[in-house]
Design a protein around this ligand. Structure first.
Ligand SMILES: Nc1ncnc2c1ncn2[C@@H]1O[C@H](COP(=O)(O)OP(=O)(O)OP(=O)(O)O)[C@@H](O)[C@H]1O
Ligand SMILES: [Mg+2]
Length: 274
């Protein structure tokens, strides 16, 4: 993980386009620029303004946690990053690719951006191994033997060796969620998005999933997580972002965020959950 202070200030930055970049042309992205950058992102559903000008910047190798009350727009924000939800205005770039570009190659974006949800959505009639192999074989057209070797390695990485031939129904919630993480990693993403991935799990299986995520982050994977696990956020994150009512109220490194939050909304939220 790189230091949180490597990121440029997030407020008041100009939207997406790099200097000298022609419209519609992907700029040259280099790792000294934010890997994921949101600038003044707005999104409404009908009359409901869910994102009201959200800006953030995540550098390669950083782990960032987003916390905030229910309904504050956290899931919407991360769904916008891999174009599952279209933004109304502002800019989101992933490695310099503008996500809201009408000509966006969504497959190319989703190869860069892995996402894991609260619901693991594994195919119930496929084994753990088959679930992990599926996208590389069918989407990336990888040769089966190659996809299988990599899937086995990934199942090992999420500490499920020996469970390759189990069906989802034969695995605990925590084990299924780790298969879902391996399935996402099989596409070799550059950044992983996690939306409350432990929220539906029994308390005793939460930890094993958090350990998997922690190991990924320690290996240098860029991670953006929505989580209610504050102890975990504190240990893992380079920066914590607090959202409320469609805006980022404040952000900072965990060492100071939990003890020196400035905004009354952040303090009220933290006093309820800590
Ligand atoms: N597709 C949609 N259509 C209409 N309204 C939506 C849609 N998706 C989200 N919303 C609304 O947008 C608001 C923000 O939802 P979102 O799921 O982003 O919140 P959240 O911060 O993730 O909440 P939670 O902590 O409960 O998961 C909510 O009021 C929700 O009902
Ligand atoms: Mg949510």
């Amino acid at each position: 993980m790189s230091a949180g202070d490597a990121a440029p200030p997030v407020s008041g930055q100009a939207p997406g386009q790099a200097p000298g970049q022609a419209p519609g042309q992907a700029p040259e992205w280099t790792p000294d620029q934010p890997m994921v950058r949101l600038a003044e992102v707005r999104k409404s559903f009908g009359d409901l303004d869910v994102l009201k000008g959200v800006s953030m910047a995540v550098m390669k190798g950083e782990a960032v946690c987003i916390i905030g009350p229910s309904g504050s727009g956290k899931s919407t924000l991360i769904r916008c990053i891999n174009a599952l939800t279209e933004i109304d205005s502002g800019s989101i770039t992933v490695e310099g690719i503008e996500v809201s570009d009408p000509g966006l190659d969504k497959l190319a974006l989703r190869r860069k951006v892995g996402m894991v949800f609260q619901q693991y959505n594994l195919f119930p009639h496929k084994t753990a191994l088959e679930n992990v192999m599926m996208a590389p074989v069918h989407v990336l057209k990888q040769p089966k033997a190659e996809a299988e070797a990599r899937a086995r390695a990934l199942i090992g990485k999420v500490r499920l060796e020996g469970r390759e031939d189990y069906y989802p129904g034969e695995l605990s919630g925590g084990q299924q969620q780790r298969v879902a993480i391996a399935r996402s990693l099989a596409m070799s993403p550059d950044v992983m998005l996690f939306d409350e991935v432990t929220a539906a799990l029994d308390p005793e299986t939460v930890k094993e999933v958090l350990v998997t995520i922690q190991e990924l982050a320690e290996d240098g994977m860029t991670c953006i997580l929505v989580t209610h696990e504050m102890g975990f956020a504190r240990r893992l994150a380079d920066r914590i972002y607090f959202t409320d009512n469609g805006v980022i109220v404040e952000h900072g490194p965990p060492e100071t965020f939990f003890t020196e939050a400035k905004d009354p909304r952040t303090r009220a939220f933290l006093s309820q959950i800590l």
